[in-house]
Design a protein around this ligand. Structure first.
Ligand code: AMP
Length: 143
């Protein structure tokens, strides 16, 4: 299974915001959409950063509630790691594990075409393991 297969099932919608959006607006959007991260895009549509609920908690802890009126560009991660549609489930699983984050934007030819969360990875991994177990059971029963 690869990223393209996952996107076919979950869709290609990505929640985005501009770098000037306040952290409070980002928090409201994350809560309303029940998601954990938002991709920050520049004026030309390019990926400029990513901000997750962890960044908001970190800023609240270090700077206090006044951080909420500041632009997200001050607290987002700028060095965004992305994946491609051809990457396999195993590859994105190890990317997330090694780098300790739970969101991977999907970028093709410089354009943002989707996002994979740890939830998507776990869901498809379980489905894959169950399929293998079923195939193995059938093989054992019929041989
Ligand atoms: P998360 O586990 O996704 O909530 O993110 C944990 C930390 O990693 C936060 O500081 C995020 O801004 C950062 N982060 C999340 N996803 C990525 C990514 N794809 N590339 C780079 N940093 C990320």
């Amino acid at each position: 299974m690869n990223v393209a297969t996952i996107l076919k099932q979950k869709g290609r919608a990505v929640a985005t915001a501009s770098p000037s959006t306040t952290l409070l607006d980002i928090a409201n959007k994350l809560a309303a959409k029940r998601i954990g991260a938002m991709v920050i895009v520049g004026a030309g549509g390019e990926v400029a950063g990513i901000v997750s609920e962890r960044d908001i908690i970190r800023m609240l802890g270090s700077d206090g509630p006044q951080c909420l009126t500041r632009p997200v560009s001050e607290s987002m991660t700028r060095a965004v790691v992305s994946c491609q549609e051809s990457d396999t489930l195993e590859e994105i699983m190890s990317m997330m594990t090694a780098r300790r984050f739970r969101h991977l934007p999907v970028v093709e030819d410089g354009a943002l075409v989707g996002i994979i969360s740890i939830g998507d990875v776990v869901k498809h991994h379980i489905a894959e393991v169950e399929m293998e177990a079923t195939a193995m059971r059938e093989y054992i029963t019929h041989s």
